[in-house]
Design a binder for this molecule. Structure first.
Ligand code: GLN
Length: 451
């Protein structure tokens, strides 16, 4: 049924870069056969899922939304992919994304944009626009995203779906193509809080293949999602997340959510995190710096595309020609920015300062979580903007992640879930819930209460 739905609508939505029809049907048959034989089935047996094209899939193309990996077939599965297979999930295919997960609209994909199922002329968010759009278009009931600065939560917000960035280290990064390794975090996307929890519990947990993976059991997110409750919970409203640039209808729905939390028995406290105002600036030095290092591996020798390999060019020239042709504008902008920020003589002024700001942001969170159990904010300042509106204005694009980036810098857990439609445009608004590191279950407890 989901393959038929994809066939019917994906020409318009373009959530998928690759539909693995054969692989999906084969897995579905395998699950049926296991069931008939009375064998033990995985916890998500037969449930279809859309996988962001940043996770390696053995024998199935993985492009990361880039021309530079066009034609590359990974020889191995990411840990997330492997765990999905072991849970007997049916992987439908790979979803569209901003190239190397750099963007907030999926317009930076080398394979063309994805439409927002609520209004196809608008962006589905990014970088994981394909995953969230596939849920909103009913092409898949579950999806996987990655969140470096908001790429799970912002697409969830603008498509009216649920998305969770687990605590950093909570879901393995092995086989997840690196953008900014100290920020990147894979996580679940779904249409309900409980569905997200069921998926989270399957993909999460320690992995020896990722040195930053947390060596502890996954917090009990499923029980939390089944027992939504905020009675007596202290909820912090972050003062810095409102004001200029925030759409009126977004703030209206957010304020109503805060009111609902109060009615359900939460104690609402206003808190201040002054360093959050510098988060965007710090992020746009740290993320490009790490990306300039991570993307050095795309040298035309190891994977995918190779340009100019005709016997007339040196190896260096082949690398340069391939990178020139294979990387899009945003990726080049970040590699240049990062290389500059890390260069000798500038390192302390840029990268060093950004790391200090990162520490201040972490301290703001620590202080806040002495006063409150969770924090809330709008996920993103506006609803889905029209495709093309911010394509030539990187600064405007970067603002979409104003409220999501602090949690990546600090490494704590955060969720976005729908909280109604903005009255002025009838488009979905996201509520962000933020919890301390390792307290991912709190997100689900609160999310299930207000869902
Ligand atoms: N939009 C942010 C960026 O462009 C975040 C992307 C992400 O989370 N992968 O870097």
């Amino acid at each position: 049924a989901h393959l038929a739905r994809i066939e019917a609508v994906d020409e318009k939505v373009h959530a998928f870069l690759h539909v693995d029809r054969e692989g999906a049907l084969e897995k579905a048959r395998e699950v049926d056969a296991k069931r008939e034989r009375g064998e033990k089935l995985g916890p998500l047996a037969g449930v279809p899922l859309a996988l962001k094209d940043i996770f390696t899939t053995q024998g199935v193309p993985t492009t990361v939304g880039s021309k530079i990996l066009e034609g590359w077939i990974p020889p191995y599965d990411a840990t997330v992919t492997r765990r999905l297979r072991e849970a007997d999930v049916v992987i439908l295919g790979k979803t569209n994304m901003d190239e190397f997960a750099m963007g907030s609209s999926t317009e930076n994909s080398a394979y063309g944009p994805t439409g927002n199922p609520w209004d196809l002329t608008r962006i589905p968010g990014g970088s994981g626009g394909g995953s969230s759009a596939s849920l909103a278009a009913y092409e898949a009931p579950l999806a996987i995203g990655t969140d470096t600065g908001g790429s799970i939560r912002q697409p969830a917000a603008v498509t009216g779906t649920v998305g969770v960035k687990p605590t950093y280290g909570g879901v393995s990064r092995y086989g997840m193509v690196a953008f900014s390794s100290s920020l990147d975090q894979g996580g679940p996307c779904a249409r309900t809080v409980l569905d997200a929890a069921l998926l989270h519990s399957v993909i999460g947990g320690h992995d020896e293949l990722d040195s930053t993976s947390i060596d502890q059991p996954v917090p009990d997110v499923v029980t939390a999602a089944r027992n939504g409750d905020v009675k007596g919970l202290r909820v912090g409203v972050v003062k810095e997340f409102r004001g200029e640039g925030y759409q009126a209808g977004v703030m209206q729905r957010f304020d109503e959510s805060v009111e609902l939390l109060r009615e359900l028995g939460a104690e609402v406290v206003e808190i201040s995190c002054p360093s959050f105002t510098k988060a965007l600036a710090a992020y746009y030095l740290i993320a490009p710096s790490e990306c300039s290092s991570n993307l050095a591996r795309f040298d035309a020798m190891r994977y995918g595309l190779r340009v100019g390999d005709d016997g007339t060019h040196s190896a260096e020239e082949v690398t340069a020609l391939t990178r020139e042709a294979g990387f899009g504008d945003e990726v080049k902008r970040r590699v240049m920015l990062g290389t500059y920020a890390l260069s000798s003589g500038y390192y302390d002024a840029y990268y060093g300062s950004a790391q200090k700001v990162r520490t201040l942001i972490t301290r703001d969170f620590e202080k806040a979580f002495e006063q409150v159990d969770v924090m809330v904010s709008p996920t993103t300042p506006t609803t889905a903007f029209p495709i093309g509106e911010r394509a030539d204005d990187p600064m405007a694009m970067y603002l979409a992640d104003l409220c999501t980036i602090p949690s990546n810098l600090a490494g704590n857990a955060a969720m976005s879930l729908p909280c109604g439609l903005a009255p002025e445009d009838g488009l979905p608004v996201g509520l962000q819930i933020i919890a301390p590191a390792l307290a991912d279950d709190r997100l689900y407890r609160v999310g299930a209460a207000v869902e």
